[in-house]
Design a protein around this ligand. Structure first.
Ligand code: FES
Ligand code: FES
Length: 132
């Protein structure tokens, strides 16, 4: 039912934890199940140099958070904003259809953290239009 990559990222999630004095923090909840994901970013010159996450949720939410942190590390904020939940799921070699909603949490957590950064630094990103 689950790909090897999903199992790997669930059993050995990357970038778990918190960043002290982060440049941005995002938190989102999944309205479908009540699971929660928190994401911390270190940002230098618009580049995400470090990222950590904590997810209180199901295995798919943990695996997608882990994969999302790996994808956005080293990317610019603009590139990270283009990350979609289906890209995260694809990077994990797919998720069962009933678990696709879990990947939405990862995309939203990234956007929520960057929204926090944009708000603090007076930046505008059209990708965040209507997001809060
Ligand atoms: Fe059951 Fe998230 S709703 S693990
Ligand atoms: Fe809630 Fe997966 S079941 S995020």
């Amino acid at each position: 039912m689950y790909s090897d990559k999903v199992m790997d990222h669930f059993m050995n999630p990357r970038n778990v934890g918190e960043i002290e004095n982060p440049d941005a923090v995002g938190q989102v909840g999944n309205p479908k199940c009540g699971d929660i994901m928190k994401m911390y970013l270190r940002i230098e010159n618009d580049v995400i140099t470090d990222v950590k996450f904590k997810t209180f949720g199901c295995g798919s939410a943990i695996a997608t958070s882990s994969m999302a942190t790996e994808i956005i590390k080293g990317k610019t904020i603009k590139e990270a904003l283009r990350l979609t939940n289906s890209a995260v799921a694809d990077a994990l070699d797919g998720l069962p259809p009933v678990k696709m909603h879990c990947s939405v949490l990862a995309e939203q957590a990234v956007k929520s953290a960057i929204y926090d950064y944009a708000t603090k630094n007076d930046l505008y990103f059209e990708e965040l239009e209507g997001f809060d």
